[in-house]
Ligand binder design. Structure first.
Ligand code: PHE
Length: 375
């Protein structure tokens, strides 16, 4: 029967051409479904004579079997192809890096703190820390700033609890149970200098420490924020004099600004906890309309410093006839601004990602003296 052969050719072609599983199913239903062409042929067997049925039965059934086999075969091929596509798209290449580059950056303040720690570690300084919530005695009294001292007003202190008034406090050197008699009026430390006191009262001299950290003052404009960062330096040893201070600061600033032409100018000044006190200016020159550190076309104040006051040494239990020392303190944010050319301090603490991407540092670029501080 010619039309049986033709039906087979067409049906098998449709099955072979089915591009996906729904198309294949449509071809199957068209041939083998209830209303399908092959099913219709099978139904004709019932109306045939036994002789006819004997001849046609095997032909029609054979057709049904070949069509069913072709459907199964095509189905398997389509499913295998679909699996291959999925495997290809869902493949996870474990040898690829997780991300092309990290999206976060190291904040310039953290970067500069790391740079400072690196510079001073090379000079034999350890890093010391102290609490940001400090007591009155460590922040003021032990630093020769008694209750009535005008410097207290200058510090714009954030106090906890009641009014900042109260009697003059006793100190450890008054003898006996020093810690017990220490007043506990708390404040946010206004400078890192209380860490000097903590270092001197917790470790025996000689001492060489730096103390970077957050400090707080009630002050806010383009160059002041209520929270900012300082770094304190303290050296206690025998026979220490102003020459040691000057050499240390010069060496530090040359290493930090990565220039050999950094020039310092020391001016007499006043801090209650140092005697004599010196303010340190650093020379700058103007390159392409911008001030850069180095040379001596002009001067910028960068540091407060001096020889540790004998009263402070005594307050911390050291004999000033045996031990001398120098201390210095400076703003980390300001050092960062001078080195990396930012001009608004407030942007440091806005958390603006665009600013951080512009001024931030690569996470894996740890500053080292040998590898470069700021490379
Ligand atoms: N603590 C001073 C300030 O905050 C800086 C300073 C530190 C000065 C150490 C002298 C010695 O201004």
């Amino acid at each position: 029967m010619a039309d049986l052969d033709q039906l087979e050719t067409e049906t098998l072609a449709r099955i072979a051409d089915a591009a996906d599983l729904p198309a294949l199913d449509a071809a199957r239903v068209a041939a083998l479904g209830k209303q399908g062409s092959v099913s219709a042929l099978l139904k004709t067997l019932g109306g045939m004579t036994p002789v006819q049925r004997q001849a046609e039965g095997p032909r029609i059934n054979g057709l049904r079997e070949r069509v069913a086999a072709a459907v199964a075969e095509r189905k398997e091929a389509l499913e295998a192809a679909a699996l291959n596509v999925r495997l290809a798209t869902e493949r996870l290449d474990m040898t690829l890096p997780l991300a092309a580059s990290p999206r976060g950056t190291v904040h310039p303040v953290s970067q500069v703190m790391d740079e400072l720690a690196e510079v001073f570690a090379d000079l034999g300084f350890a890093v010391a820390t102290g609490p940001e919530i400090e007591d009155d005695w460590h922040n003021f009294t032990a630093l020769n700033i008694p209750e009535s001292h005008p410097a207290r007003a200058m510090h714009d202190t954030f106090y906890f609890g009641d009014s900042p008034t109260g009697g003059e406090q006793s100190s450890p050197s008054d003898g006996g149970s020093a810690a017990a008699s220490r007043p506990k009026r708390m404040l946010l430390r206004t400078h890192t200098s209380p860490v000097q006191v903590r270092a001197m009262t917790s470790q025996p001299p000689p001492l060489r420490v730096i103390a970077p950290g957050r400090v707080y003052r009630s002050d806010s404009d383009a160059t002041h924020t209520p929270m900012f960062h300082q770094i304190e330096g303290l050296v206690i040893d025998r026979g220490i004099h102003l020459g040691h201070l000057k050499w240390t600061l010069e060496t530090f600033l040359r290493a930090f600004f990565e220039r050999d032409d950094v020039v310092l100018r020391l001016r007499p000044s006043y801090f209650p906890f140092t005697e004599p006190s010196v303010e340190v200016d650093v020379g700058y020159s103007v390159e392409n309309g911008r001030r850069v550190i180095g040379g001596a076309e002009g001067w910028m104040e960068v540091l407060g410093s001096g020889m540790v006051h004998p009263k402070v040494l005594r307050e911390c239990g050291l004999d000033p006839d045996e031990w001398q020392g120098f201390a210095f303190g400076t703003g980390i944010d300001r050092l960062a601004m001078l080195k990396y050319g930012m001009d608004d301090l407030r942007a440091f603490f806005d958390g603006d990602l665009r600013w951080l991407r512009h001024y931030g540092f690569a996470a894996l670029d740890v500053p080292t003296l040998s590898g470069g501080l700021s490379s």
